[in-house]
Design a protein around this ligand. Structure first.
Ligand code: NI
Length: 173
């Protein structure tokens, strides 16, 4: 396993529609392992393939926060939201591609998601709370959408300018 580098917004690859995973090849298995390691290393609770520059519909997440609870690493291939609750909830979201920027985003409070697992099996589950927010945020990445796209233009532009500055500073070393 290895930690991959995470693309930082703004980057055209974070704005693209990703392709479905056609075959669960060994490369896809390696990608999922690397993404989990990258996510835990960051640390974060979710990561989508385009964030590591792979334009495929695959995400990983683990929203277990309680240190007493065992981790629950999940790999979702070609995830689809099959139901969204009318109830909505607001969470302060962040993103590993937009470091240290946080903002409230309102989304359906619960969603049902269908996906293919690494073993090739179909799975479906209802997510609530932080898990629901996280899975929606990560599926958005597969459609080229970031959480800042839900914010007012002024706030979004402010965050984007900060990220451009961060990238210039990092490029200079
Ligand atoms: Ni994100």
């Amino acid at each position: 396993m290895s930690v991959r580098s995470i693309l930082i917004h703004p980057d055209p690859r974070l704005k693209k529609l990703c392709d479905p995973v056609a075959v669960i090849s060994p490369e896809i298995g390696k990608l999922a392992e690397d993404m989990l390691e990258t996510m835990y290393d960051a640390p974060g609770i979710g990561l989508a393939a385009p964030q590591v520059a792979v334009m495929k519909r695959l995400l990983v997440m683990d929203c277990v926060k309680d240190p007493e609870t065992p981790p629950r690493p999940m790999v979702l291939i070609n995830p689809v939201i099959t139901w969204s609750s009318e109830d909505r909830s607001t969470y302060e979201e962040g993103c590993l591609s937009i470091p240290e920027q946080y903002a409230d985003v309102e989304r359906p409070a619960a969603v049902r998601v269908r996906w293919t697992g690494l073993d090739g099996r179909e799975a479906e589950e209802e997510f609530k709370g932080l898990w629901a927010t996280c899975v929606q945020h990560e599926i958005d990445h597969l459609d080229g959408k970031l959480f800042i796209d839900y914010l007012r233009p002024l706030k979004r532009q402010m965050i984007t300018r900060r990220m451009e500055k961060l990238k210039r500073e990092r490029a200079r070393g």
